[in-house]
Write a protein that binds this ligand. Structure first.
Ligand code: 5GP
Ligand code: MN
Ligand code: MN
Length: 328
């Protein structure tokens, strides 16, 4: 009945109503893609006062800077202060809404998400932990609203799907995922071009930075009950030295997680003084979402994250200890 409630909530909005869409801080392809794809769908329904936003630093990572629907995106400060309807995308907990969490007090709020760790906030909750991406949930709601897919909506949803499945590589890449991808591609979008833009268009400096960060990686074969852990870290001064924007640090986990000798991979990314965004990945045996939740973060079984404090060593030691706890 959550689906019916979600449809009713969206249908209750008229052309004069203010609709606010929000995704998580430091947005990734799924957050931006599912939010903007859905926002374009709302426009097709005749809604006119649509704004999309995310909390914190208003920088759209370069790989997503060409997404359709970006004209609907405004900085946090320009988000409707008292929206009639709020829709929230890819947000596992209220903390990921930053200063926008107060918009949950809107008369109607719908949460679209796929995190197992979702804390259950919001009036209507479309949370499907089996969905490969929030865009899968967004597309289902668009379908129930009778919004046909067009190439612009499809491009947004495809970027979201390709991002969260690691280019259709991860375990949750099901038949349904490929069927959705097929329907999106049928609108005329160009998967090769899109993939090149989001995965294979890094500045030269980003490659050099990656080399530096991978060069300091450490393999700890005894960690995670002998399953092995590989970890590295990147600092704000690394970014400065190679003149790279912060999103580049979020791409580092991919080469790190490819290490065969480690089940668990960790990248510790400096975001402030003694403050680190930590990315965790598992190949299967270890549930890293439990580790992340124990540190105040969240995510999925095989991909999770949290904010850590202190020295890099402290942050990594905390992860190593929690891994042992969870395996004992
Ligand atoms: P990533 O390592 O790519 O930033 O994040 C991996 C997964 O963990 C994503 O699903 C993301 O939503 C979740 N995640 C990352 N950092 C945090 C965090 O600080 N808090 C919560 N709740 N989830 C996080
Ligand atoms: Mn996300
Ligand atoms: Mn997601």
């Amino acid at each position: 009945e959550q689906w019916a409630a979600a449809v009713a909530a969206v249908r209750s909005a008229g052309p004069d109503d203010e609709v606010l869409l929000i995704c998580h801080v430091n947005p990734d392809g799924d957050a931006l893609g599912s939010m903007l794809g859905f926002a374009l769908g709302l426009r097709r329904l005749g809604l006119t006062r649509i704004r999309a936003t995310f909390p914190g630093d208003f920088t759209v990572p370069e790989p997503y800077a060409g997404l359709p629907g970006l004209d609907l995106l405004v900085p946090e400060a320009d988000a409707w202060p008292d929206p009639d309807l709020v829709l929230i995308f890819d947000v596992a907990s209220e903390s990921r809404l930053g200063g926008l969490a107060d918009r949950l007090a809107a008369p109607r709020s719908v949460v679209l998400d796929h995190h197992a760790s979702n804390t259950g906030f919001g009036e209507v909750r479309l949370v499907d932990p089996r969905a490969a991406a929030t865009s899968v949930v967004a597309e289902q709601l668009l379908e129930r609203l009778g919004v046909p897919l067009d190439a612009e909506i499809a491009e947004c949803l495809y970027v979201a799907l390709a991002t969260d499945t690691g280019s259709f590589k991860f375990d949750m890449t099901t038949v349904a995922v490929h069927e959705l991808a097929a329907r999106l591609i049928a609108t005329g979008i160009r998967p090769g071009e899109i993939s090149r833009r989001i995965f294979d268009s890094r500045p030269f400096g980003a490659m050099k930075l990656t080399g530096e960060v991978l060069g300091r990686a450490i393999l700890d074969p005894a960690a995670a009950g002998g399953r092995g852990m590989v970890w590295t870290y990147a600092t704000l001064s690394d970014l400065e030295r190679f003149a790279q924007p912060p999103y580049v640090l979020d791409t580092l986990i991919d080469p790190v997680r490819s290490v065969a000798e480690a089940d668990v991979s960790v990248v510790v990314k400096e975001i402030g003084a003694r403050e680190w965004a930590v990315s965790l990945r598992s190949k299967g045996a270890v549930d890293v979402s439990g580790v992340a939740v124990s540190q105040g973060g969240g995510g999925h079984r095989l991909a999770a994250g949290f904010t850590g404090y202190g020295e890099v060593r402290d942050v990594v030691d905390a992860v190593r200890r929690r891994l042992d706890d969870f395996l004992n």
